[in-house]
Design a protein around this ligand. Structure first.
Ligand code: AMP
Ligand code: ZN
Ligand code: ZN
Length: 411
């Protein structure tokens, strides 16, 4: 079904009559560079991104939502909702409201629209007559609100970034009546290196440089088609990366007996469902581990915006920056500990990502202070001329980024 969509229009897409003005509407390519920390842009390794930032709009940083993980943040960027509102509260979580468990590695779960409680921008766009192609964006494989994107592919970690760019350019080459107006590109090259080698390692610098050339290939492809003056590029990342290592580990079995709880997420963040009657002892055990903050569901700080969701487990623990929570015990430690991680408190500067926008819809040569990623959705909706669903972000927070902040004449 999805392959058929890719080849030219998805029969199952619930879409209204196509608007006749598709040629006049703006095209937006939303690029996500997973784990691209805000300050990677200043390492002198990114000629293309630096030029786009200089000629377009750049935020000093983009502030993620908690938990600072891939799925929650990607879904916030395309819905403008905090995770409690859009339902994707982690990369792995229990959803008692639909009696199901989610994991980003579970092919059936990522395709199950019932996990996704808010509608992404591509659903609004499709409903309002535009074709979309959210390549590899979390949620893009699911039918949400009865709508699928016109073009999508099953997530394929092994597909080279260069092939992803070619796929996207091929969609942009379609005849105007079938061409998508909203597309996404996703690369995890920088995140992968950041975890394995740490944010300051030469291998991560190499991944940053390679990723810049992937963006360069996209820009070059647009220029070769004389589309570079017409397409709006919005380049973001979901979170940053903090250095971690084997010298700073909380081994869970040193504090709580392994059978006492079920664990969904564990690394920078621990989400735990204690067995019946064991909530107090799990809580007290975890409290003994000094470099982590342990919360019962009801005591989670309001600033995390997680309260009220049935998908939040009874106990959430957050490691101090740079620490790793790991299964097992210090005496029988066998697991390799990553050199970089995210998932920490969203107020940490190491958790911040990037925002760069370039194209006819955006101001030129503007740098703005950091802003939260909840505001990207109303911005995209404005550029795409799509009526946004109500959300947690506001266009007023980012209106100044637009070339024509008061109206829609230039788009
Ligand atoms: P994290 O553990 O938060 O660093 O997640 C990063 C990983 O998420 C990447 O290495 C990808 O393998 C995975 N990922 C990203 N997008 C998707 C997707 N659309 N479907 C499934 N997995 C994904
Ligand atoms: Zn990520
Ligand atoms: Zn990651």
């Amino acid at each position: 079904m999805i392959a058929a969509c890719m080849l030219g229009g998805c029969a199952a897409t619930a879409r209204g009559a196509r608007a006749p003005d598709h040629e006049e509407r703006a095209t937006v390519v939303l690029v996500s560079l997973d784990g691209f920390r805000w300050d990677y842009l200043d390492r002198g390794l990114t000629p293309t991104l630096t030029r786009l930032a200089r000629e377009g709009v750049r935020a000093e940083a983009m502030v993620p939502v908690f938990p600072t993980k891939t799925f929650p943040n990607h879904y916030t960027i395309v819905t403008g909702r905090y995770p409690a509102g859009h339902g994707i509260v982690g990369n792995s979580f229990d959803a008692p409201d639909i009696v199901a468990r989610f994991s980003l590695r579970d092919r059936r779960a990522v395709r199950n629209g019932r996990f996704f409680l808010a509608e992404p921008i591509w659903v609004a766009a499709e409903r309002q007559g535009q074709r979309t192609a959210p390549l590899f964006w979390p949620g893009s494989e699911a039918e949400i609100g009865g709508v699928r994107p016109s073009y999508a592919l099953p997530f394929d970690d092994g597909m080279p970034d260069s092939a992803r760019v070619s796929r996207l350019l091929a969609w942009l080459d379609l005849p105007a009546d079938r061409r998508p107006k909203f597309l996404t590109l996703y690369s995890s090259t920088v995140d992968d290196a950041g975890h394995e080698f740490g944010p300051d390692a030469p291998e991560t610098d190499l991944a940053i440089a390679r990723t810049d050339s992937v963006v360069g290939a996209l820009v070059g492809g647009l220029r070769g088609r004389s589309r570079d003056g017409e397409v709006n590029l919005v380049i973001v990342s979901d979170h940053g990366m903090a250095p971690t290592g084997p010298d700073r580990v909380v081994w869970l079995d040193d504090y709580v007996s392994p059978g006492a709880m079920r664990v969904d997420e564990v690394s920078a963040l621990l989400t735990a469902w204690p067995r019946e009657g064991l909530e107090d002892s799990v809580y007290r055990g975890l409290k003994r581990a000094p470099p982590i903050q342990v919360y019962r569901r009801a005591d989670l700080p309001a600033r995390f915006r997680l309260r009220g969701s049935p998908r939040i487990p009874p106990i959430v623990a957050i490691a101090e920056e740079g620490w790793t929570i790991a299964r097992g015990s210090s005496t029988a430690a066998s697991r390799a500990i990553a050199r970089g991680n995210h998932g920490f408190d969203d107020s940490l500067s190491t958790m911040r990502g990037i925002f760069v926008a370039h194209g006819p819809a955006f101001r030129r040569g503007l740098t703005v202070p950091p802003f939260r990623n909840i505001h990207v959705y109303p911005l995209l909706a404005e550029v795409l001329r799509v009526a946004p669903a109500p959300g947690d972000g506001s266009l007023d927070s980012v209106r100044g980024l637009l070339a024509d902040p008061g109206g829609r004449r230039s788009r």
